[in-house]
Design a protein around this ligand. Structure first.
Ligand code: AMP
Ligand code: GLY
Length: 423
């Protein structure tokens, strides 16, 4: 198959590597890719949300399957666009109807309510119902969770300790703090528990496969302190997501989600990312995403022993059938190397040197580029994910930190405590 993968992060690097290892992969293109993805295929300078440009490339390069890595093109309706333009193209990723699970938190909450899927109690408000919103806040206890309804590049959730401050922030959100995305705000009950990420591949006809579970480390600082980031590292498997927990996840969340999509008339073929809280042994949904996680993919793909192209082709065809998703029992960890200053402002264009091809680890490029002089340089906040497989978390971590230490660029930072809470 000739495959086009959309995206440019560490997630796409991990998907690209896995796709490229399949005997079914005849040619792989990554649009736009990054400074490392050309190890797995050819980078193509196209923006994933420029559907006409994507369509032009699909045609000129005789692409058979489009794999959408990031949410923006999905929420903007890339599947729907191709359903008209090129109905023969296989696509991994939902249409705009299914992508609303990530594109609108209000839609996701209503979906969960309709299908009896456990999630935090909530209500949605616009500027017109500010008095009711205040009353709802008063009925909750601190901390208060305010979520912009629409996409906000992972920044649209505020967790606030003080009621007066929550009311003030609510007004700022409704007033355009996240542009149109926060014209509607979901206010929900605060849950306390530990988070994990569950990934499902579903074919739109009731078939699904559960991929390895991962735990992400979102805060910039050690001990989960400081600002939220896209993710500073990940571990898979997650010890507390044991068989009993995963059975509850499957019965209470995965099956009702897959069946709910079908009952709602949504032909969902692609990845579903369940952001879950383990609340005293019971799973609750914090959010749906309609793509894989980053950096979770950098630990999920190395543990998937089955052929990813075969799985994605079957997904796109609407028939996973009896195709297995085999999972490597070893532990995978990834440590993200980031630019100094991230998640605030940070410099770009810093040369990256050192060992980029370690024996015991895989370096997935994220925010990297090749500059005009042919040098590998930083081009984003999250620069590289260093993944290793090991017998257990300490074994895998030792390899990743050794490999991380052998890479150099100005301002390099990584958390030293990835996985420590699980050991
Ligand atoms: P989201 O963008 O919905 O994943 O929210 C970002 C982060 O906020 C999550 O990863 C959680 O750590 C936290 N969060 C979201 N909703 C809640 C909630 N209801 N209770 C506690 N923490 C939450
Ligand atoms: N690592 C969380 C996400 O991809 O949304």
């Amino acid at each position: 198959m000739r495959i086009l993968l959309l995206g440019s992060g560490g997630r796409e690097a991990a998907i690209a590597k896995k796709l490229s290892e399949s005997p079914l992969c005849e040619a792989l293109f990554i649009a736009p890719g990054n400074g490392g993805t050309m190890q797995y295929g050819a980078n193509v300078a196209i923006k994933p949300t420029d559907f006409e440009a994507v369509a032009g490339f699909v045609e000129s390069s005789a692409i058979d399957m489009l794999v959408v890595g990031n949410e923006d093109p999905l929420v903007a309706g890339i599947r729907d666009f191709f359903a008209e333009k090129n109905p023969g193209l296989k696509i991994v990723g939902p249409g705009a109807d299914g992508a609303a699970l990530e594109g609108s938190k209000d839609f996701a909450k209503r979906f969960m309510a309709r299908h009896g899927i456990p999630t935090a109690r909530y209500r949605s408000f616009t500027a017109a119902d500010i008095d009711e919103a205040d009353s709802f806040l008063e009925s909750l206890s601190a901390p208060y969770v305010l979520k912009a309804d629409g996409l906000a590049a992972g920044k649209g959730v505020l967790i606030i300790d003080d009621l007066a401050q929550a009311k003030a922030s609510l007004r700022e959100m409704l007033g355009g703090m996240f542009g149109k995305s926060s014209a509607t705000v979901v206010i929900e009950e605060f849950l306390s528990g530990i988070e994990c990420s569950v990934f499902v591949l579903t074919d739109g006809h009731g078939g699904y496969r559960i991929l390895p579970v991962a735990k992400d480390y979102k805060r910039i600082g050690e001990g989960d302190t400081g600002l939220n980031t896209g993710g500073m590292g990940a571990v898979s498997p997650v010890p507390f997501a044991d068989e009993a927990f995963m059975q509850k996840v499957e019965e209470r969340i995965i099956r009702p989600t897959v069946d709910g999509l079908i009952n709602d008339g949504i032909d969902y073929r692609g990845f579903i990312f369940l952001g879950l809280f383990n609340v005293g042994g019971d799973p609750m949904v914090i959010e749906y995403n309609v793509r894989m996680g980053d950096p979770e993919t950098e630990v999920v793909m190395p543990r998937l022993s089955s052929d990813l192209v075969a799985l994605l082709k079957a997904t796109a065809n609407g028939c996973l059938g009896d195709l297995a998703a085999e999972i490597d029992p070893r532990t995978a960890v990834t440590v993200m190397l980031v630019s100094g200053g991230y998640p605030g402002s940070y410099p770009k264009g810093k040369e990256i040197t050192g060992c980029l091809n370690p024996e015991q680890s895989t370096i997935y490029h994220a925010g990297t580029a090749i500059d005009a002089d042919g040098r590998l340089v930083t081009s984003g906040g999250r620069v590289m994910a260093v993944t290793s497989l090991g017998a257990d978390i300490p074994d895998a971590l030792a390899k990743s930190y050794a490999a991380a230490d052998a890479i150099a660029f100005d301002g390099k930072y990584c958390r030293r405590d990835i996985g420590k809470d699980l050991m």
